[in-house]
Design a protein around this ligand. Structure first.
Ligand code: SAH
Length: 244
């Protein structure tokens, strides 16, 4: 063990000497990440597990290198294909509102960069995360990144989230990170009794609301409006699919 630590220290010193710029950037980004967590606490995020996950997971690896320096701004950022990585506060807020218990089966609609997906993975290490992204390029990029990061319990596919993921339903938790105009019925039908669904609902520009739905029984759903939000629209790839 001592030998291992010794070799690791030598490696880190060597690396910092050979790549001083990268090492410096790494230290700065780690500091900014700590500051972001403090900001999240001030904004009312109290869940220890959510704060720890956001304090441990580097957000810069989910965005383009050119934007690395802005990784810890509390803002959405472009990830290509006209899409954005969600604002850290919204990721923290939605994850906290989901009230995840480790071991659950979680469905995410709108993988995007995979950042929110990885946060779900951190909070649910012994469960499974199923994530659907409609844009094939983004889905493939996120799938590879999450695999490289070692999240074997995260499953990403390219497809239309309006259909959910019937072969793995029902889910304990469902999180939607693109805004449908109305709550998709198929997703509600794939929620377990006692399960929680979080989604931004509404047309862009018209004012969207973040909604939390608890499935109380087979036919009864309890709906609560949490806050006003701005998400990219949830689009459909079928004309006669089950788009609401
Ligand atoms: N959570 C992501 C946010 C991505 S933005 C992140 O933090 O990176 C929302 C994503 O939803 C976009 O990538 C968009 O392509 C995707 N999306 C839109 N409509 C969809 C649909 N019907 N099914 C699946 N994904 C969809």
């Amino acid at each position: 063990m001592r030998l291992f630590i010794f070799i690791l220290v030598i490696f880190l010193i060597f690396d910092a000497v050979v790549h001083p710029k990268e090492a410096e950037t790494g230290v700065i980004l780690a500091e900014k990440r700590r500051e972001l967590v403090e900001e999240l606490k001030k904004e009312g995020i109290t869940d220890r597990n959510v704060l720890n996950a956001m304090g441990n997971l580097p957000r810069e690896i989910f965005i383009k290198p050119a934007l690395e320096k802005r990784a810890y701004e509390n803002n959405p950022l472009p990830i290509g294909e006209g899409q954005t990585i969600s604002q850290p506060y919204i990721v923290a807020y939605m994850t906290q509102a989901l009230d995840i218990k480790d071991g659950q089966k979680i469905l995410e609609i709108g993988t995007g960069s995979g950042y929110q997906t990885a946060i779900l993975g951190e909070l649910n290490p012994t469960g499974d995360i199923y994530s659907i992204e409609i844009l094939e390029d983004l889905a493939m990029r996120a799938k590879k990144l999450l695999k490289d990061l070692g999240y074997d319990h995260i499953h990403v596919k390219s497809g239309d989230g309006y259909k959910g993921w019937p072969s793995h339903a029902p889910f304990d938790r469902i999180i939607v990170t693109a805004a449908p105009p109305f709550m998709p019925k198929t997703l509600l039908s794939q929620l377990k009794i006692g399960g929680i669904l979080i989604a931004p609902i509404g047309e862009a520009g018209d004012g969207q609301s973040l909604i939390r739905i608890v499935r109380v029984s087979k036919i009864k759903f309890q709906t609560e409006k949490l806050l006003g939000v701005r998400f990219v629209p949830m689009v459909s790839d079928t004309v006669d699919g089950d788009h609401p």
